[in-house]
Design a protein around this ligand. Structure first.
Ligand SMILES: Cc1cc2nc3c(=O)[nH]c(=O)nc-3n(C[C@H](O)[C@H](O)[C@H](O)COP(=O)(O)OP(=O)(O)OC[C@H]3O[C@@H](n4cnc5c(N)ncnc54)[C@H](O)[C@@H]3O)c2cc1C
Length: 321
């Protein structure tokens, strides 16, 4: 049996930021992840300045590709609305690997299946034992499944289904483009260039809304790919996309039962307007660590619900999932 004060299931941004804070405070923690890092993660890889701030990263210190956007191009009902801002793109393959290494705690390859609560401890697959358990395993997190799903089911109406592909591409347009509600998609599609000649393109929308209109995500994807070709943003590429789902911010966010915590996508925290999940995952990972360190209540109230400034949301154009 391997003992640790804290075991974190999942080494994505939620799990690694939790581990990073625990390590800084001398609390023993290990991460269990079913994959070996660096690993693929389906994600556009757009991050905000707040992400860097929360992680205490100075841009120049990040050793991998980080592309800065000085504006985002919102496309809404045929209009192009360039919005001045500072935003970034990273590759999750690199970013998550760097974060998990920086956290400085042991990471073990293990697919977590069975979790039992025995007196004051959690026993995982009869192999690992801890006092505090952090579920950072994303949408299908086993900690959520075991201790939270029965009491706090996530709302199916907020389930986003997304398709994306990231590939090496000699792009000509280094701006980020976002198309809202195209072809009646209840969500948006994106073109996100990356440093060192990569690009990520994808679409995401509410599964329930797609199903009620009898439209599969593949139909939206095919439309989008034709659009990229038509705009000459991506030409002559043989697409081979990934599909993944995750939850937008839930109405009731309950993150702790006894000494089991859930963070990031396991809770369902992506922002209601843009489906931004990396920032809220990091914020929740840090909050869970602080709660373990100080014994204070674990509250997710301070985790941002929206990505866009409220002023923008109040004005007529209201991109929202
Ligand atoms: C197509 C797409 C595009 C997106 N684009 C953006 C974007 O541009 N910007 C943004 O902010 N957000 C985006 N998101 C959302 C963002 O990717 C997630 O919100 C974020 O990755 C959540 O982080 P996490 O640490 O909670 O989970 P994850 O990053 O999913 O990490 C979970 C980890 O748990 C591990 N795991 C799972 N099950 C087990 C198990 N049983 N045992 C052991 N380990 C396990 C996994 O291997 C994984 O490493 C996007 C999502 C999708 C699907």
């Amino acid at each position: 049996m391997i003992d640790s004060e804290v075991i974190i299931v999942g080494g994505g941004p939620a799990g690694s930021s939790c581990a990073w804070v625990l390590k800084q405070h001398g609390i023993q923690a290990i991460i269990l992840d079913k994959k070996v890092f660096p690993r693929h993660k389906t994600c556009a890889g757009w991050i905000t300045p707040r992400v860097l701030k929360d992680l205490e990263v100075v841009q120049d210190e990040y050793p991998y590709g980080l592309l800065t956007f000085k504006r985002l191009n919102f496309h809404l009902y045929g209009m192009n609305i360039p919005v001045k801002t500072i935003q970034y793109s990273i590759r999750r393959y690199e970013f998550d690997y760097w974060l998990v290494k920086r956290a400085g705690v042991p990471i073990k390859e293990h697919v977590v299946g069975d979790i039992q609560r025995v007196r004051d401890y959690y026993i995982i697959d009869d192999m690992f034992r801890c006092k505090y358990l952090v579920g950072a395993g994303g949408t299908n997190c086993p900690v959520y499944r075991t201790f939270f799903r029965g009491f706090y089911p996530r709302s199916k109406g907020k389930l986003i289904i997304a398709m994306e592909e990231e590939f090496k591409y000699d792009y000509k347009d280094a701006d980020c483009h976002l198309w809202f509600f195209e072809n009646k998609l209840s969500g948006y599609s994106w073109y996100v260039p990356k440093e060192h000649g990569f690009v990520n393109v994808g679409i995401g929308g509410k599964l329930q809304s797609m199903s009620s209109r009898g439209k599969a995500i593949q139909t939206h994807w095919d439309y989008f790919v034709r659009k990229l070709e038509g705009l000459s943003l991506v030409k002559n590429h043989r697409f081979n996309p990934y599909t993944y789902s995750y939850y937008l911010r839930q109405n009731r966010v309950k993150g702790r039962v006894h000494n089991a915590f859930i963070v990031g996508d396991a809770v369902g925290l992506a922002t209601l307007d843009m489906g931004e999940g990396i920032g809220p995952s990091i914020q929740s990972g840090i909050l869970a660590a602080r709660s373990i360190i100080t014994g204070e209540r674990y509250s997710l109230k301070s985790v941002a619900e929206y990505s866009l400034p409220r002023i923008l949301l109040r004005k007529g154009s209201r991109p929202r999932y």
